[in-house]
Design a protein around this ligand. Sequence first.
Ligand SMILES: [Zn+2]
Ligand SMILES: [Zn+2]
Length: 182
Amino acid sequence: MLKKLYLVPLDEQSRGISDWLGAKLMGVFQLKVNSGLVAKMPEEAYNPSRDAYFSSVILNKLQFLKASEDEFLVAITDEDLFTPTTDYLYSSSDKLAGVAIVSTQRLKPEYYGLPQSTEVLRSRTMKKVVHEIGHILGLENCEDSNCIMHSSKEVSDIDIQSDRFCQRCKVVLTIPSKVSKY
Ligand SMILES: [Zn+2]
Ligand SMILES: [Zn+2]
């Protein structure tokens, strides 16, 4: 049976890209993609002095939306994310809980004063979502700067990254024991 992936927009702005991702992702993973869930950003994750949301608190909340261990959940938000040790992050995941969060805030060209581009935003968001699903499926960050599992610090890193797994990561992904271990 195919594992089920829920794509959950956490705000109105993220709905469009979430629907687009749902359609795209089915071609990447052997997953059944569902976009019927509705959720909101947990208020308790908000830090007013940073004007951002603590990613771990969000991930903790998200796992309760899943009905079973066989399901994965990736939430999309337009709000900024942080952890106590980082100023910001594009995305984060909890492998054991099977959940991930991706923020489009800093993936948008207009965040950097550049012209708006749906194409650029979609490409970057897709890469971050696939990267986090890779983590949920058991992959670590990869040394290969061209691999989708390479850790990106700047948006320019995401742009030069391919949208594929390198051979090494692909092998790990196809070992059933690794995948079902989650
Ligand atoms: Zn990573
Ligand atoms: Zn790799």
